[in-house]
Design a protein around this ligand. Structure first.
Ligand code: GLU
Length: 283
């Protein structure tokens, strides 16, 4: 089998300052690309327009460079697979939505969060959060019967969900965590691929971009392991090869909680200002 040249990526969401956890994960991605003699790409994941701001994107680039991470394709340096900022890639996401729609695996879902919450509190529905994220499982009885998908060429102003194969065990080998499995319909349910505000979901955009940018290995935090199972279903539906996976352990605070914006003292900027940038490399 032909081995493709290594292409990795780092994909910050510019909705706040990067912290120690991001630094460690991105450092790992950088180191693995360098060790493989490969290419590292920076992709700015700014689709959440309510939370993302250009100054955070500029700050992320400055902080990553300050801790010594270097990339050869990205919004600031260009490259053959650009644009490298998700808000500029809308036409490609629409195309991928069309490809999915043609497979019959996605359906328009008019249900609001309130409908979903109400259905979840009814008896006999699976409940409880998936192990590594907080999305409640979409109740199967709110999904349309197979075959009633509407014919349309544009997503329109409605949410679209991927119909998961209930009960199927999705197994993958994670190069850091080892053999990993999630069960569709138990660990996660029908997930959003398109939002009624006109934007793709995180899952669709990441798969669309990792494929278009020829990514061979995805390095990211272990809180995205369930997303990997969802993304594998998208790759399968689209008939695309999956990349290799490497999910890094999360950096936790002294109370065992994962780092978030409230840990301002552990932002990369503060660490660098205090001369403690080496904490990033001390895994
Ligand atoms: N942009 C995502 C985040 O900041 C990372 C997505 C990914 O690496 O797949 O959480």
């Amino acid at each position: 089998m032909m081995t493709l040249p290594y292409r990795g990526r780092i994909a910050p969401t510019p909705s706040g300052d990067l912290h120690l956890g991001h630094g460690r994960t991105f450092w790992t991605a950088f180191s693995r690309a360098r060790a493989a003699g490969g290419t590292l790409i920076l992709r700015m994941e700014d689709l959440d327009q309510a939370r993302c701001r250009p100054e955070y994107a500029t700050g992320a680039i400055a902080d990553l460079r300050a801790i010594g991470i270097d990339w050869s394709e990205g919004p600031d340096v260009g490259g053959p697979d650009g644009p490298y900022t998700q808000s500029e890639r809308g036409a490609w996401y629409q195309r991928v939505w069309q490809l999915l729609q043609a497979t019959g695996t996605i359906y328009p879902s008019p249900h609001s969060r309130r409908d979903v919450a109400a259905a979840l509190s009814a008896p006999h529905e699976p409940e409880g959060p998936a192990p590594d994220d907080e999305e409640p499982i979409f109740p199967p009885r709110l999904r349309p019967v197979t075959g009633t998908g509407v014919e349309c060429t544009e997503p329109g102003q409605v949410n679209w969900r991927f119909r998961v194969p209930d009960g199927r065990r999705i197994e993958f080998v994670d190069l850091c965590q080892g053999a990993t499995a999630r069960v569709a319909g138990v660990d996660f349910g029908d997930f959003l691929v398109w939002r009624k505000d006109g934007f793709p979901s995180y899952e669709l955009a990441v798969v669309a971009d990792d494929h278009a940018m020829h990514i061979t290995e995805v390095v990211r935090g272990a809180d995205l392991l369930t997303s990997t199972a969802r993304q594998i279903l998208l790759y399968e539906a689209l008939g695309w090869p999956t990349p290799a996976w490497y999910h890094c352990p999360l950096v936790l605070d002294e109370r065992g909680q994962r780092l978030a914006k409230r840990h301002a003292a552990l932002s990369l900027r503060s660490l660098l200002e205090r001369g403690e940038g080496d904490k990033v490399w001390q895994a």
